[in-house]
Design a protein around this ligand. Structure first.
Ligand code: C2E
Ligand code: CA
Ligand code: CA
Length: 407
């Protein structure tokens, strides 16, 4: 008997978890069956046997909480043994689909290791009594996991090296104040000149590094370097300039972050308002308490906090009262679609007004045309940035832009 118990709830995704009940002596599966399920015993007893008649041997006697049949989960392979109930038995069925959902989110290295381990133990069981089996051949899915695991390792190693020996640069995109049409600050955007590959945009390596410890030293490097470059630009004749750096979710776990910030400012004799921290809504939920505390402490020191990509998360408005924020940066998608969707312009006007009433500044990002610029101006935005004014520039070009001023 199979009973569906849960579907699409409690974090089980789309896969259905079901139960199975067996009577005494019932066979669950036989050696050679093609299978896609594993089982966890809730109550009762299961005997795993190989062979039949005179060659029949018991491999295992299993009871509550034991798992079995797991070797088929990673590939659509045959059962290497048979399973019988020795008592009335109740099982939870773990489907291939259920595990597949989980595994697809896992690190490819873990996926690969799991596959290798399962294949090795299958081979060991197959060769029981004989010598150890040779390494199993890798199937196409395994090969893909192995390739991406190796690519990830290579990337992390090369980036760790770049942190020590150079190859990383911050490029600076001007942020324009609409009141006087001048440069009020810059956003620091990371670029990596990877040996043999050329310049890589952050979208190609930040998402990978975010899953590793390397994000912490990388994030610290960005803060120190941002302070260094903004100090140079301030000396070039624009004393009130600020630099906004992007924080990664991982950095909320960096207990030294605040002291890194303070030391970086001090090393360049900069006031706290020279540095702004950009955080996105999507990185906040997982770090609610830690993020809030850290941001509050940064603000007490005089740093401004920017909420980036505003409007792309699920509960943008709730963050406005839950997080200490000074600047609201409207996501590029609003600015891009405003021309064609009049309702968006109404939304932007409302958000700008709300921000002002809460004492926040607003920035419109991704401004590419004069029409978008004029629209944002008429909706009351304070600042804009985007290709219409400039891309992110290397330090020397940013300095030249500063001297010349926006068009
Ligand atoms: P973001 O913080 O939303 O940065 C804005 C991105 O939009 C940048 O891409 C910028 O070059 C691009 N952009 C600016 N103006 C325009 C425009 O008018 N039109 C269009 N289509 N795009 C525009 P970039 O430099 O490739 O950075 C992508 C993302 O990588 C950033 O998104 C940010 O999330 C992340 N990132 C960049 N640098 C760092 C860093 O130092 N640390 C962390 N944690 N993340 C970073
Ligand atoms: Ca940003
Ligand atoms: Ca953004």
């Amino acid at each position: 008997m199979t009973v569906a118990v849960a579907g699409g709830t409690a974090g089980f995704g789309s896969a259905v978890i079901s139960k199975r009940e067996l009577v005494v002596g019932e066979c669950l599966f036989r050696e050679g069956d093609v299978a896609q399920e594993a089982y966890v015993i809730e109550s009762g007893s299961i005997e795993i046997v190989s062979g039949e008649g005179v060659t029949r041997t018991r491999i295992a006697l299993l009871g509550p909480t034991d798992i079995f049949g797991e070797m088929t989960l990673l590939g659509d392979r045959q059962r290497s043994a048979s399973a019988f109930a020795l008592a009335p038995t109740r099982l939870t069925v773990v489907t291939h689909e259920y595990l597949g959902d989980r595994l697809s989110e896992a690190d490819p290295m873990l996926r690969h290791l799991l596959r290798v381990l399962i294949m090795r133990s299958r081979d060991l069981l197959g060769h029981r009594g004989g010598t150890a089996a040779p390494s199993p051949p890798v199937d196409p899915a395994g090969q893909r996991d192995l390739d991406s695991a190796m690519a990830r390792l290579d990337l992390e190693q090369a980036l760790a090296q770049a942190l020590g020996t150079g190859g990383l640069e911050l490029h600076l995109q001007p942020i324009i104040g609409l009141a006087r049409l001048d440069v009020s600050g810059f956003e620091a955007l990371l670029r990596w000149n990877r040996p043999g590959r050329g310049w890589m945009p952050p979208g190609e390596f930040i998402p990978v590094v975010e899953h590793s410890e390397l994000m912490v030293p990388l994030g610290r490097w960005v803060i120190r370097e941002a302070c260094r470059v903004i100090a140079q630009l301030r000396r070039a004749g624009a004393p009130g300039l600020y630099v906004a750096v992007n924080l990664s979710a991982r950095q909320f776990g960096d207990t030294a972050l605040l002291s890194v910030v303070e030391e970086a400012l001090e090393a360049e004799a900069l006031p706290a308002d020279a540095l702004r921290l950009e955080v996105t809504e999507s990185m906040l939920p997982d770090n609610l308490v830690a993020a809030r505390q850290l941001l509050e402490r940064c603000r007490e020191r005089g740093l401004k906090v920017v909420i980036d990509d505003f409007g792309t998360g699920y509960s943008s408005l709730s963050y406005l009262h839950r997080f200490p924020v000074d600047v609201l940066k409207l996501d590029r998608s609003f600015i891009r679609d405003m021309e064609h969707e009049p309702r968006l312009a109404t939304i932007v006007r409302g958000v700008v007004r709300l921000a002002h009433e809460l004492g926040m500044e607003t920035v419109g990002e991704g401004v590419e045309t004069v029409l978008q610029l004029e629209a944002l101006r008429s909706l009351g935005a304070d600042h804009v940035q985007g290709y219409y004014f400039s891309r992110a520039l290397p330090l020397a070009e940013a300095e030249a832009y500063l001297l010349k001023g926006p068009p």
